[in-house]
Design a protein around this ligand. Structure first.
Ligand code: FES
Ligand SMILES: [Fe+2]
Length: 328
């Protein structure tokens, strides 16, 4: 995990009105709920009394009562009532659990991972998708650290092998570039794969001045990805870290060509079917990678085509304060 980042952790619909939602994200057991004003509360899902899970308790207005002995925690994590001590007994400040800053935006719940007092950047998102686009989505857990799941979507080399009968059709094994550019914490990379005729030499990134005409994908640190299929069709993935060994992937199909209610759901349904098939082709291989977490220095033998992956590793290491080199 990288400190002081907004991590997309849940779909907004997963936190329902009047219900407690217990999840593990970013290595933390969390309980979330919607307050009366609609904002989201998020505190550690471990009662400060004797460790019971609060998500099995009762929502009382904007507060949550533990199911074991009824300690009532407010949205800041502080205990405001210990029933066994009586309503008339003030509660010491030491009875509290950690609270987390969470924000709902773009249909996603974002968790601020890091120093609560740090200056927070805007929530990272692909702003063009907030206009005209609608989306459908599915989610699934992968038993890998989120870095491996992310890198799979930055991998421009694997297509003809893993997806030979789907998006990698055509045996385009030779990889030109790819060209990688950065804007703040957003990487855009341009892909040009061709059939290897035995004579063509792959171009280096700096030999591709007209790279803008190629297919491109984007990655926004720390866990958001977009495949820009066309002006009207995008696939977005949110790689929500569960813990060191598991990742929840939310895969969204965004489109702006079919706004009509029923038809739009039909389009979304079939797109999800296709995307799930492609994602499962990836998963079959990615779950075999060892180690299940990637690092900048880990003894792998990368090739020029892995440039987006290397960029991700460097940027991640830089944000973690582990790398001071030049980001390319
Ligand atoms: S464990 Fe929660 S009130 Fe006792
Ligand atoms: Fe893939």
């Amino acid at each position: 995990m990288i400190q002081n980042q907004w991590y997309g952790i849940l779909d907004a619909d997963e936190v329902k009105v009047g219900k407690l939602t217990g999840v593990t994200r970013c290595d933390e057991k969390l309980v979330l709920w919607r307050k009366k004003d609609g904002s989201i509360a998020c505190i550690a899902d471990k009662c400060c009394h004797r460790g019971a899970s609060l998500c099995k308790g009762e929502l009382q207005g904007d507060k949550v009562a533990c199911p074991f002995h009824g300690f009532v925690h407010d949205a800041s994590g502080k205990v405001v009532l210990i029933p066994a001590n009586g309503k008339n007994t003030p509660v010491s400040d030491r009875y509290k659990v950690k609270s987390f800053t969470v924000v709902e935006k773009y249909g996603v719940i974002w968790l601020w991972y890091g120093d609560p007092a740090a200056e927070k950047p805007d929530i990272p998102f692909f702003m063009e998708l907030t206009q005209k686009f609608v989306y459908s989505q599915f989610k699934e857990v992968w038993p890998v650290h989120y870095t491996r799941a992310v890198e799979n979507q930055l991998d421009v080399v694997h297509l003809p092998f893993v997806h030979a009968d789907s998006i990698g059709r055509g045996n385009r094994t030779l990889v030109h570039g790819p060209v990688v550019t950065w804007d703040e914490q957003r990487m855009t990379f341009y892909v040009h794969n061709v059939v290897d005729d035995g004579e063509t030499k792959p171009m280096k990134a700096d030999e591709m001045p007209d790279y803008l005409k190629y297919f491109s994908l984007q990655f926004q640190m720390p866990n958001l990805w977009q495949n820009r299929i066309s002006d009207q069709v995008r696939i977005v993935a949110i790689f929500a870290p569960i813990d060191q060994e598991n990742t929840m992937i939310y895969l969204r199909f965004y489109q702006s060509f079919m706004p009509v209610w029923g038809m739009r759901h039909l389009v979304g349904f079939f797109a999800n079917l296709a995307n799930r098939r492609v994602l499962h082709q990836d998963r079959a291989v990615v779950v075999t990678q060892r180690p299940i977490k990637s690092e900048l220095t880990m003894g792998e033998n990368l090739i020029p085509g892995d440039a987006p992956i290397l960029n991700f590793r460097r940027r991640r290491a830089e944000l973690k304060g582990e790398f001071k080199g030049r980001i390319k």
